[in-house]
Design a protein around this ligand. Sequence first.
Ligand code: S3P
Length: 334
Amino acid sequence: MVVYLTGFMGCGKSSVGRRLARALGYAFADTDHLVEKTAGKGIAAIFAEDGEAAFRHIEREVLQRTADMNRTVVATGGGMPCGEGNVEFMNAHGAVFYLKSSVGRLMGNLLAGDRSRRPKIAGLGNEELCEYVRTTLAAREERYAKATFTVECDSRSDYGIVAEIAACVAERQGGGAERVVTRPMREEEVPLLAEFLYDAIWQEDGAQALPRSVIRHPEIWAYIDGFETAEGDVCVVAEVSGVIVGAAWARRMHGYGFVANDMPELAVSVRRQWRGRGIGTRLVRELLMTLRDGGCKGVSLSVDRHNPAVEMYRRLGFGVVREDDSGYVMTLML
Ligand code: S3P
């Protein structure tokens, strides 16, 4: 499969693309580099000597060649989706992910980067740049939105963005038939907990999605702040074909589900497209076993009353010990 990454200049297509390729075991290609190789000169020189139309012509040619690249992540130039038929071509030949970013995030990245190699913005002062990003993004949004998948990038690490796309690709490749493995979380995977923390917040289907920054609320962030894979913090993950699709963790804390100092609070989260396959139940079972082996006498959790996970917890033996407007606090003695 070819995985195309699209989005405005500075949204992180190249850095996410390289990491994603590594995560999937794919090759990596960048259409800007392919254009430069084809033309035998840099992008700035193509724009200056031959004009933007010549650049767009080569860009389109290069795109057509990418369709034959198997198992490759292709980062595309920011203007690629604006060329007639280009998004449609990408959607037809691979999986297209639009890395959606706010003007603020793009500005932060563009100001930190080297503007001289991007002819569209090379000569602009900071205020002009902001105006350019605002108006051009608004004008292009409709084209970007034609990608099959949109990935919200604000308030997220590259790691999290890569995890979401990798899970989607695994699913598309028929990951449903693949083996789900549960195992302890490794230290280098801890940054993923921010992703799972967001997914663990119950949101009604069809309701306006909460901004990702909600996890930075101190009472929520406390669930993963300084998380260790030892010393009382315990986390198990579910992995499919090298991609982590779920996590269940426990830590001693005074969170929404606090009951007693010696009873850690439990949280579990499975990527949306992997729900409904018993992965959450497996994760919680494995976590409970690990906690019991470590001498823990019981766990507690807080759950929204509308969250279908309430039933899973009941099946696993959890009982309600407290109830308020939004939900239940449940416990299980081990
Ligand atoms: C462009 C974006 C650039 C490059 C060219 C034009 C654009 O790619 O293709 O300078 O029109 O937005 P990046 O998004 O990789 O900077």
